[in-house]
Design a protein around this ligand. Structure first.
Ligand SMILES: Cc1cc2nc3c(=O)[nH]c(=O)nc-3n(C[C@H](O)[C@H](O)[C@H](O)COP(=O)(O)OP(=O)(O)OC[C@H]3O[C@@H](n4cnc5c(N)ncnc54)[C@H](O)[C@@H]3O)c2cc1C
Length: 392
């Protein structure tokens, strides 16, 4: 065995990088292993998401306490971080629209939930919603002023830089391929792109492997029953500058959320929504750009990297939004991107827990949306859990 490190993080998506920065700033020795060739490149959730800074409306404290608490906290931390570190963002605000009285009653439930989570919220009339976003039609809407948008890859890049500046070491193009218990911690076997392997000792492993976190958990504890069900999410886009009836002013616009029951369990969906995007102008500023994304339209993925292949028909996207955005015509839509979410089978909340009594591996499982928003708060939470560990 060649080397020994205090804390090894598997995965350098937004969660791995946020945790690396938080722990490195706290003076910890950190080693991050990432199988992609670059930190902000490649097929992972952190570079293929909607870039929405969620307010924290959706999550009830009884069934989804981590999402409820860490999304709202993460929202505040993220705005502060973006301002301090020059990450492009806009606090656009958001409308969650109701198409009829029945949906307005559902919005009332969510309004109460937002208040419980300490999230600023207002129930507005359809007329007021149309004043805020003239191309949007609604019977009523929730207005969430703390929702926004961010450039997610710049965020990951900054977190990576700050972690590295504080001493964290990153090894890319390298995969964690095996983990064995050792009397001083865990023996981690890594595999380089050329197939060569090395093994080192770590006192603590933090599993932030996203879609593969269940497999990494099983490397530590073969009996682990956690399973990630990958969900493929397709997104289209249109140009808001194309016609006056497409001219979204810049708010996030979501339908009323829905729960649906499948043989695998009950799932909750925020629905296909309209999200403005950021651009860069000739002064280096990041105003709202002409592209608006429409999505995601989700279905179970056949495997964890099913990024290619045909999109669902345009009319399916179109049918999801035309009731609240009637100016959109089918021919306005074009493909934008495909992402795959790490949904933990049978769970609606994130799972952040040690894998065994000896607390040598901290698993972060099912970190699906709003993981981007919650990333900095998740990193703080992890730091609190790690503080209890004696790594001497
Ligand atoms: C379509 C879509 C839309 C979303 N929209 C939003 C949104 O608007 N707002 C929001 O807050 N959240 C959103 N999310 C959720 C958010 O993107 C994720 O919660 C977040 O990116 C999770 O980050 P992560 O670091 O856990 O995972 P990832 O970004 O997937 O990173 C995990 C990393 O681990 C690496 N890895 C895996 N296995 C190994 C191994 N054995 N060895 C070494 N490295 C390994 C992978 O290569 C990967 O880079 C969205 C997600 C998707 C897919």
């Amino acid at each position: 065995m060649t080397a020994e490190v205090d804390i090894t993080i598997v995965g350098a998506g937004v969660i791995g990088c946020a945790v690396a920065r938080e722990l490195a700033q706290a003076g910890r020795e950190i080693f991050v292993i990432e199988k992609n060739s670059g930190i902000t490149r490649g097929e992972n959730q952190s570079s293929r998401n909607s870039g929405v800074i969620h307010a924290g409306l959706y999550y009830d404290r009884s069934r989804r306490p981590l999402k409820a608490g860490l999304c709202a906290e993460g929202n505040t931390l993220l705005y502060r971080f973006c301002e301090q570190h020059g990450v492009p963002f806009r606090q656009t605000g958001k409308l969650v629209v109701a198409a009829n009285n029945e949906e307005t009653a559902v919005l009332e439930t969510y309004r109460a939930r937002a208040i419980e989570n300490g999230v600023p919220v207002q129930l507005v009339t359809g007329v007021r919603a149309a004043e805020l976003e003239p191309c949007v039609r609604a019977a009523a809407a929730l207005r969430l002023p703390t929702s926004g948008i961010i450039n997610p890859t710049v965020l990951v890049h900054k977190l990576h830089l700050l972690a590295a500046e504080n001493g964290a070491q990153f090894l890319t193009s390298t995969q964690v391929a095996g983990i064995k218990a050792h009397n001083e911690g865990l023996a981690v076997e890594i595999e380089y792109r050329d197939g060569a392997r090395d093994t080192f000792l770590t006192k603590l492993l933090i599993n932030a492997a996203g879609l593969y976190a269940d497999e990494v958990a099983r490397l530590v504890q073969p009996a682990s029953a956690y399973q990630i069900d990958p969900v493929r999410s397709e997104t289209m886009k249109f140009y808001r500058t194309k016609r006056e009836d497409l001219m979204l002013q810049g708010m996030n616009v979501y339908p009323t959320p829905r729960q649906f029951i499948t043989p695998q369990g009950t799932y909750f969906s925020v629905g296909v929504h309209l999200t403005p995007t950021l651009t860069i102008d000739n002064k280096g500023n990041s105003p709202i750009g002409p592209e608006v994304t429409v999505g995601p339209l989700s279905r179970p993925a056949q495997h964890k990297d099913e990024y290619g292949g045909a999109y669902q028909p345009q009319e399916v996207f179109f049918n999801q939004v035309r009731s609240f955005f009637p100016g959109l015509q089918e021919g306005d839509l074009m493909p934008h991107q495909t992402g795959i979410q790490a949904r933990l089978a049978g769970y609606q909340d994130w799972v952040i827990e040690f894998s065994d009594d000896e607390r040598r591996c901290l698993n972060l499982l099912g970190i699906d949306s709003p993981g981007l928003t919650g990333s900095l708060a998740i990193a703080r939470h992890v730091n609190e859990l790690v503080k209890i560990q004696d790594l001497a």
